[in-house]
Design a protein. Structure first.
Length: 161
């Protein structure tokens, strides 16, 4: 016997009513899930715009690195929507800084230097300011060596240009 008391209904109407009732009960939870999904996508988009903005500032000011913020923007936009991801990939900044690495997994010497020079300058300033903090200097030295090793030995150099 079904929960609606329609057992033995020869036309199968009891099953249809039961399914309709189940769908109606699920409708609010589905609606809430879609709302949550939309809110999460909006947060991904917001993270993308913040990261892209910082990347643009980094392209103008040599003290702020551009590439890490553009990588973060690519990550966020890819999760937000196809439209925003396509827009981001069509920007001049993306094409100039990341497209070669994203498509060929390699970077030109100029692109590598554009990353390593500001990172070296910033880490050097931090290193100098931490004269009385030896553990801080050790951490900065390890980070700098990691950058040099990664871009020198892991990321392939594109010499075609």
């Amino acid at each position: 016997m079904s929960e609606f008391g329609l057992a033995g209904d020869a036309g199968g109407k009891g099953v249809a009513i039961e399914m309709a009732a189940r769908e109606a009960a699920q409708a609010p939870s589905i609606r809430k899930a879609k709302e949550r999904k939309g809110a999460v996508k909006a947060l991904w988009a917001a993270g993308g715009f913040v990261s892209f903005g910082l990347g643009v500032i980094g392209a103008v000011l040599p003290i702020i690195p551009t590439t890490p913020f553009l990588l973060a923007a690519a990550f966020f936009f890819a999760r937000s929507s196809d439209r925003l991801d396509a827009w981001f990939k069509s920007t001049k900044l993306y094409k100039r800084v990341l497209e070669g690495y994203a498509t060929k997994r390699s970077m030109t010497v100029k692109a590598k230097l554009a990353i390593l020079v500001p990172v070296t300058v910033l880490l050097s300033v931090g290193f100098a300011l931490m004269a009385n903090v030896p553990i801080g200097r050790i951490v900065l030295a390890i980070v700098w060596i990691g950058h040099i090793a990664y871009f020198g030995f892991v990321v392939k150099t594109d010499r075609s240009k």
